[in-house]
Design a protein. Structure first.
Length: 229
């Protein structure tokens, strides 16, 4: 009985050590991966990675992780022109294959949510235009136009839609013309716009968009999504 107790205690200690080593390995891997995440053609701010599943070491030995949660704050494209900056990207990656000596990672499947703040949406709009939440799934767009040398400011409620899975379209539902010839056309030239969402990971496609108080919330899915390497 004494020998059995010793073996049980030893097994418990070994199991505890294995769990501790496994968790330390996860922490190290997450920290290293956060420094390596890259999106082609884009600059990224901070990255937070959480590897799910246990044990991690056996997943690592097989070069495939069951589930990885990724949060990236601040994604900006390097290309010129007005593109939408992604304020935050939250992605759930499934069946993640580690490649290139663990320097790369490709997910078989992914779901994600992108948030674009109204501050970033305003920066992507025309000069002198402000975009904010309009309530009831709308955005409020305010711009100033010149009519016969006189500045006229107009605010419109606009519908936001997705085009081709990567472009945001802002279109005013109605523009009050107040009987001024050409005013609606001038206002729409300011307040209506389309902007590409730059900096999406390869393989991700946006599918649904909804204005919220915190910004535009856009959900999407992807296959063979590459985030690093």
């Amino acid at each position: 009985m004494r020998a059995l107790r010793i073996w049980v205690i030893a097994l418990v200690i070994l199991a505890a050590l294995f769990v501790a080593v496994d968790r330390v390995a996860v922490y190290i891997a997450e920290s290293q991966a956060e420094d390596r995440v890259e999106i082609p053609g884009a600059r990224i701010g901070s990255t937070d990675i959480s590897v799910k599943g246990f044990p991690f070491l056996t997943q690592l030995a097989g070069s495939e992780l069951d589930e990885v949660d990724v949060r990236i704050t601040g994604i900006e494209t390097r290309a010129g022109g007005r593109t939408l900056r992604i304020s935050t990207l939250d992605a759930k990656l499934r069946d993640v294959r580690l490649t290139d000596g663990f320097s790369g990672a490709v997910a078989d499947r992914a779901t994600g949510t992108v948030v674009i703040s109204y501050e970033d949406l305003t920066k992507a709009a025309s000069d002198g235009v402000k975009v904010e939440y309009g309530g009831k799934n709308k955005v409020k767009v305010t711009g100033t136009v010149n009519v016969l040398g006189r500045p006229i400011s107009r605010s419109v409620l606009s519908t936001v839609t997705l085009l081709d899975g990567h472009t945001v379209r802002v279109h005013a539902d109605k523009v009050p013309g107040e009987g001024i010839p050409g005013l609606e056309k001038l206002v729409r030239e300011k307040t209506d716009f389309e902007r590409e969402v730059g900096g999406l990971p390869n393989g991700m496609k946006l599918e649904r968009i909804q204005p919220t108080e915190d910004g535009l919330e856009i959900s999407g899915t992807g296959t063979d999504v590459r985030l690093a390497g």
